[in-house]
Design a protein around this ligand. Sequence first.
Ligand code: SF4
Length: 65
Amino acid sequence: MQIAVDEDKCIGSGQCVLTAPHVFDQRDDDAIAVVLDEFPAEPDQPAARAAAAGCPVAAIALSGD
Ligand code: SF4
C-alpha cells in the first residue's frame, strides 16, 4: 500500500490524523495533511484505509495492495 495526499484538495480538517495518527500529521502553519508513512506496515493499513474513506474531500489516494 502506498499513500499520497493531494495538498490542493486537503482542507485541513484533521480527520485523517485522528483516524490514523501513525500515518498522517498536519503542517503547523496551514494544517494541510502530510504523510508520515508513505508505505504503512500491515498493522496501520486498516486505519489508513479508514482515513482515506473518511476524508471529506477525498484528498487521500491509496495505491497498491
Ligand atoms: S481528512 Fe482529508 S481534508 Fe482532512 S486533513 Fe486529512 S487529507 Fe486533509
